[in-house]
Design a protein. Structure first.
Length: 219
């Protein structure tokens, strides 16, 4: 595990190289004002005119103009090729929660690699896209959501769970990526309470509920 390069008592915004709308970038920084880039995410930060505290990765994606703009003192190269830049950056920060931008809506293989790293990390990280907020479900979860909200579970490992506040309860079900999944469930009434048998499950809710997710999973 890396020693933390950036630490924050508040939230950290971690930016990858995928597309990030200007409004979402600004709204996320308001919630998590410490900015860190994962390799080519430095180019996204440059596009939006906001300097990151650090750039972490193997440095094979950052452009020369972004490298010059950031400066050598903010570049933190981790050369190993066994993990993604998202993984390298996520394990190099320490904060109560991390909001990830630029990791959804790009190449599918990159997204899948990010999801794999997300369920293996102990960080309270929420990936934000145009519509969704995606996070790794802790063993016990309670979220203040609204009636009718979409609440999807996608297991990356075999597991079971119990739930309250969902149209279709989890009780008695075995979930797995190659079998039964839990997408497109709905909230009947808040709060939603979920207890999982182990790690390895992603949750997808509307991006508009990110504040509720932060409150529910922050360290």
């Amino acid at each position: 595990m890396n020693q933390a390069i950036v630490q924050s008592s508040g939230g950290i915004t971690l930016v990858g190289g995928g597309p990030v709308a200007s409004r979402l970038f600004q709204e996320t920084l308001e919630m998590a004002p410490t900015l860190v880039a994962a390799d080519g995410g430095a180019d996204r930060c440059r596009t939006h005119g906001t300097m990151p505290s650090a750039v972490v990765g193997d440095m094979d994606s950052i452009s020369a103009p972004a490298r010059d703009w950031v400066g050598a003192d903010r570049l933190h190269r981790i050369a190993e090729q066994e993990t993604t830049d998202f993984d390298k950056a996520l394990r190099s920060v320490a904060a109560p929660f991390v909001l990830g931008l630029g990791f959804l809506g790009g190449y599918v293989d990159h997204e899948l690699a990010v999801f794999s790293a997300l369920v293996q990390s102990r960080a309270a990280c929420i990936l934000l896209g145009a519509r969704d907020a995606v996070f790794h479900v802790p063993r016990v979860l309670s979220l203040e959501l609204r009636r009718g909200d979409r609440f999807s579970l996608f297991p990356l490992a075999p597991l079971s769970g119990q739930s309250e506040g969902l149209d279709w309860p989890l009780d008695g079900l075995l979930l797995s990526a190659a079998g039964r999944i839990g997408t497109s469930n709905r909230v009947t009434d808040g709060p939603v309470r979920v207890r999982m048998s182990g790690p390895g499950c992603l949750c997808i809710v509307p991006r508009a509920r990110v504040a509720a997710v932060i409150a529910g999973i922050r360290l």
